[in-house]
Design a protein around this ligand. Sequence first.
Ligand code: 5RP
Length: 237
Amino acid sequence: MEQDAVSLMKEAAGKAVVDKMVKCGMKLGLGTGSTAIHAIRRVGELLEQKTLYDICVFATSFQTEMECEKLNIPFYSLNSKELSSGLDLTIDGADEVDPNNHLIKGGGGALLIEKLAAYASTDYAIIIDESKLTDQLGGGFPVPLEVIPAARVQVIRALEKLGASVTLREALRKAGPVITEHGNIILDFRFNFLIDPPLMEADLNQIPGVVENGFFTRNPPIVFIARSDGTIETREH
Ligand code: 5RP
């Protein structure tokens, strides 16, 4: 599909989720990436029109914070008195979504704080174009793991023992690995056999040196799916 068409689908999904789910007075988590940015822009637009007010935002990455700054959307730390009681709703994109609405996230390297927001939220909404739907997680998109640099080789060995093939995520326009906003590296891995995502999500974090993994299974979201025919389907599990 043409890139412009995909971008229009992402924009439609971003607008739909905000119009349907965001209410005045909410504590709102805002995700990261080329789809989530459309939801952020819609929030900015509604705040400017003053049809939306009293919103406290938690931004899940540097990219999201910068977009909020540009649009005059006030954002706070999750430790602040404004947000320490948790979030009402988080809106984010995803890399893959299975029939249980379990997710793989972390294509943009922001999985650690995206998971913090997802699990600190009462409601969770994911916006995707239909190309992100899959029957089995991990079949297409590799699963990211955020790992402390000192544990690189040991974590790779542990994953390989489980039967995974692993690559270190390399940076673009910088020599060496991607370094996350928290000073860590990212390992992307694949299994060539079927896995159980909730079990994997729990087990991977038991490997010493793993900070977080890209399976999101514990707060199944409502998923807004932008279809190529221009419709938006919502799917709850
Ligand atoms: C960033 C993410 C993104 O939400 C995910 O990679 C989807 O991004 P995009 O909407 O640009 O395809 O998890 O860490």
